[in-house]
Design a binder for this molecule. Structure first.
Ligand code: FES
Ligand SMILES: [Fe+2]
Length: 343
C-alpha cells in the first residue's frame, strides 16, 4: 500500500477564510508550517521552526508583516529572510526559514511543498463553483488519524455509502449499480461514474432539494491526484433528462469536493465542501447540508481510523482482495505511486 506522498505537487493547505491576521500552525506532508496573511492580503507559508533554537514561529507574534520569534526575537520577513537578531548588528547569511510557494484560488489556499523551481500554478485543478455566483457552498475540515491513501480509496468507491452512510446519502441502489471507470493516464485523472435510474432519494437530497418520490441520480467522480477530488452529483425527479442543448435546469446539482492533504504518513487533513445550485439563499438548507455532510464525513473518519490501526498491526505482505468496485481506487493508487516516485 502506498504511504509515501508526492512532494512536487500542489496541496490544499487551508480555506482562504482560515488564513488571516493570526499565526496558524498546520503540518503539510510532514512539514510544520506557519500561515498568515500580510497587510496587503497575501497568504504566506513559512517553515514553523526558528533557525536559532527551533522555537515554533506559530507561537510567536507579528510585527506588521514580520514574525518576531517568541524565544529570542529573531525577526523574519514574509520571504523567510531573517532581518534582525538580538545582541549583534550582523545577521548571519544563513538566517532564513523556507518560504513555500502559495496560490490562492477558488476559495482554497494551495501550497507547494517540494522543489520551488518546479511549482507551476497552471497545473492546479480548478473548482470555480466554490466561489461563483449562483452557487452556495458549505464546508469543513476533519482531522483523520489515517494515511491519505485510505481516504482516496474511500472516496473512489462510493458503494460504501449504502453500508456506512445508510439514512444519510446511502440507498440500496448505490451499491447495486455498476460503475464505469475511465483513466486519463496522460493527464493523470481518474473518472468513475454511476448513473442510477428510478432510485430512492436519500434524506440528504430529499430534504435539501424538496424532491419527493423517486429520482434519477448521477454520481460522476473526477479525481485529480494527489489532492483534489470532485463528485458531480445530479438529482432529478425520475424521467427528467437534460435537454439536447445541454439544458439541465430542471435538475438539482451538488458538487461535492474533497481536498485530501497528508499531514504525516499516517494522518490526513480531510477538507470537505458541498456546493449547490439550488436553494442557494436558504440558510436552513445550508445548515442541514453542513450538518449531514459532517456526520457522513465523521462516519468515514471513524472507519478509516479503524483501518489505520488494522494496518499498523498486520503482518508484512498481507494481501487485500479487490473486485470490480475497486477499479477506480486501484487506478488512483497506480498514479499516486508514480507521482510519489517522481518527486
Ligand atoms: S529560537 Fe527563535 S530566536 Fe531563539
Ligand atoms: Fe463515505
Amino acid at each position: 500500500m502506498t504511504t509515501a506522498f508526492a512532494r512536487n505537487q500542489w496541496y490544499v493547505a487551508a480555506y482562504s477564510q482560515e488564513v488571516g491576521e493570526d499565526l496558524m500552525a498546520r503540518t503539510i506532508c510532514g512539514e510544520p508550517i506557519v500561515f498568515y496573511r500580510t497587510g496587503d492580503g497575501q497568504a504566506v507559508g513559512l517553515a514553523d521552526r526558528c533557525v536559532h533554537r527551533r522555537y515554533p514561529l506559530s507561537l510567536s507574534h507579528r510585527d506588521g508583516d514580520r514574525i518576531v520569534c517568541g524565544y529570542h526575537g529573531f525577526t523574519y520577513e514574509p520571504t523567510g529572510a531573517c532581518v534582525y537578531v538580538p545582541g549583534q548588528t550582523r545577521v548571519p547569511r544563513t538566517a532564513r526559514v523556507p518560504s513555500y510557494p502559495i496560490v490562492e484560488q477558488d476559495s482554497l489556499v494551495w501550497i507547494w511543498i517540494g522543489d520551488a523551481a518546479k511549482a507551476d500554478a497552471t497545473r492546479i485543478p480548478r473548482v470555480p463553483y466554490l466561489a461563483a455566483e449562483g452557487w452556495t457552498t458549505v464546508r469543513g475540515m476533519e482531522p483523520l488519524a489515517a494515511r491519505y491513501s485510505l481516504l482516496v480509496d474511500n472516496l473512489l468507491d462510493l458503494s460504501h455509502e449504502t453500508y456506512l452512510h445508510g439514512g444519510y446519502i446511502g440507498t440500496p441502489e448505490v451499491a447495486e449499480t455498476p460503475i464505469t471507470t475511465e483513466v486519463d493516464e496522460e493527464a493523470g485523472i481518474v473518472r468513475v461514474s454511476r448513473r442510477m435510474k428510478d432510485a430512492e432519494c436519500p434524506p440528504f437530497y430529499a430534504k435539501s432539494t424538496g424532491i419527493t418520490g423517486r429520482i434519477d441520480r448521477w454520481q460522476d467522480i473526477e479525481y485529480y491526484p494527489p489532492c483534489l477530488y470532485t463528485l458531480h452529483s445530479r438529482i432529478a425527479p425520475t424521467g427528467v433528462e437534460p435537454g439536447p442543448d445541454g439544458d439541465d435546469s430542471r435538475a438539482a446539482h451538488a458538487e461535492i469536493v474533497y481536498a485530501i492533504t497528508p499531514e504525516t504518513e499516517s494522518s490526513t487533513h480531510d477538507f470537505w465542501m458541498v456546493a449547490r445550485d439550488f436553494a442557494v439563499d436558504d440558510e436552513e438548507v445550508s445548515r442541514f447540508l453542513a450538518e449531514s455532510n459532517r456526520t457522513v464525513v465523521l462516519q468515514d473518519v471513524v472507519a478509516l481510523n479503524a483501518l489505520e490501526k488494522v494496518i499498523a498491526t498486520e503482518p508484512d505482505g498481507y494481501q487485500e482482495l479487490s473486485i470490480n468496485i475497486d477499479t477506480g481506487g486501484l487506478a488512483a493508487r497506480r498514479i499516486l505511486k508514480r507521482l510519489a516516485e517522481a518527486s
